[in-house]
Write a protein that binds this ligand. Structure first.
Ligand code: HAM
Length: 437
């Protein structure tokens, strides 16, 4: 027997319908925010990710050489692809560009709870707008999606940070520009590492300063209010700018109704190399489990990829695995079974009449099933029950002769008999009144 590869999932119909429930909510809420859906290849040139996404993702790539000797990779994320697509069409696109996608991604990670090698992401990105209103719009979209799925305050929080604030703090601490990426990387990993390891990474990045940096960074990571932030950046260059942006952000989030979910948390810096401004990650409020979503501003990625198109950009992605686990733990997973509306039950000599009734019903938009081989009425009734259908359409000799059909409500066993010619009208009427009394 073959099994799925480690970290890959099968989606039998029930799992698939739960997954599709997520996808439906993603699409409905994104459209309410006037985002347009797009799609892109799952296989890309390997070089698209090297240097653009950062070391962590590059180490996790599924990559190989194709038959044309091209070095290619399955997409681990969508942001470089989106940047390529938008840069190629930048002049023709009205701004701001608000695009979303629901799609599969691949990372060669160690499979564990909430982490697979294939997973789905909902990506939403806003390009062509440098103002903080764009960042706030995205966080509001993230909150609206979680709320629509039934999550409330007390269920999740969005930890908000800002790379620009970090840059000014690091400058203030004497970290050189060349050492900055390594220091930010050490901060990003510090939650998953022992203090000693973080200190060593900081020492490697800034020899002689490791200890001091570790202590200061620990203090900065504890900042959780605008007041504390304002006090800490007192000595930093450009502090007014940063405070103004933070205040604007908080104001806008309040107007969106998203503020109760947001906490200031400078321990978030994000592992991906391209972020340049506000960054955030969503977690369960308990703080347990891996991130539900992550994103931020990446103003230089388009220029880096295209060489000539310079568009500010920001966005986020929600992963399906952690989100599904979170919804299941809170009893918010809908119990979808894909049941037909109708099950047609016919006598041996009424089989073809039954099929033509099912066919008429299907054309009118009802889903209909029936037994594919000749079996007795008893077995057909049993199968109708198992199928979960709402109504049985019953056709025996008597119905055939009188050109009638019996409609049985399988929830309460109530029945009505109608002319075959008015079956569809009757079904529609029953649909609107909620069944047979
Ligand atoms: P990311 O933080 O790498 O960001 O991924 C976003 C979300 O995808 C995570 O919070 C997590 O829920 C899910 N995810 C990531 N890796 C895995 C995995 N191996 N298994 C299951 N779920 C996973 C990005 O990908 C950025 N490109 C997001 C973005 C869009 N930034 C700007 N625009």
């Amino acid at each position: 027997m073959f099994e799925t590869l480690p970290g890959f999932r099968d989606f039998p119909p029930e799992e698939c319908s739960r997954r599709n429930h997520l996808f439906r909510v993603f699409r409905t809420v994104a459209r309410a925010f006037d985002f347009k859906e797009y799609d892109a290849p799952v296989l890309e040139p390997l070089d698209l990710y090297v240097e653009k996404s950062g070391e962590e993702i590059v180490n996790q790539l599924f990559h190989f050489e194709d038959k044309g000797e091209r070095r290619v990779a399955l997409r681990p994320e969508l942001t470089p692809t989106l940047a390529r697509m938008v840069a190629a069409r930048a002049n023709a696109l009205p701004k701001p560009i608000k695009w979303f996608n629901v799609g599969e991604h691949f990372r060669y990670e160690r499979p564990q709870k909430g982490r697979g090698r294939s997973f789905y992401q909902f990506n939403a990105d806003l390009l062509g707008e440098a103002e903080v209103g764009a960042d706030a719009e995205l966080i509001a979209l993230l909150v609206a999606i979680f709320e629509t799925l039934g999550l409330n305050q007390g269920d999740f929080k969005i930890r908000l940070s800002d790379r620009l604030t970090w840059v000014c703090l690091l400058e203030d601490l004497g970290v050189s520009e060349s050492a900055r990426p390594a220091v930010l990387d050490a901060i990003d990993k510090s939650e998953r590492r022992k203090d000693q390891q973080t200190q060593e990474a900081l020492e490697k990045a800034m020899p002689g300063l490791g200890n001091h940096l570790a202590e200061e960074i620990t203090k900065i990571k504890k900042i959780d209010s605008l007041e504390a932030l304002s006090t800490r950046i007192e000595t930093c260059k450009g502090k007014e700018n940063h405070l103004t942006r933070w205040k604007q952000m908080m104001n806008l989030l309040e107007a969106h109704g998203a503020l109760p979910y947001v906490v200031i948390d400078l321990s978030i810096v994000r592992g991906l190399a391209y972020y340049t401004g506000f960054v955030y990650e969503a977690f369960e409020a308990s703080g347990e489990g891996r991130a539900l979503a992550g994103g931020g501003r990446y103003d230089h990625l388009l220029k880096k990829l295209s060489g000539n198109v310079d568009l500010p950009a920001c966005g986020f992605a929600i992963g399906d695995m952690t989100l599904s686990d979170c919804l299941a733990a809170k009893g918010l997973t809908p119990n979808y079974i894909t049941a037909p509306d109708l099950y047609v039950i016919a006598g041996e000599t009424q089989t073809n009449l039954g099929i033509s009734m099912a066919s008429r019903a299907r054309k009118a938009g009802f889903s209909a099933s029936y037994s594919l081989k000749a079996v007795g009425f008893g077995k057909q009734f049993k199968d109708a029950g198992k199928s979960g259908a709402r109504y049985a359409l019953i056709l025996g000799e008597e119905e055939e002769q009188t050109e009638q059909v019996k409609i049985k409500d399988l929830r309460n066993s109530a029945e009505v008999t109608v002319a075959q010619s008015s079956m569809l009208a009757k079904l529609e009427e029953l649909d609107s009144q909620g069944g047979i009394e």
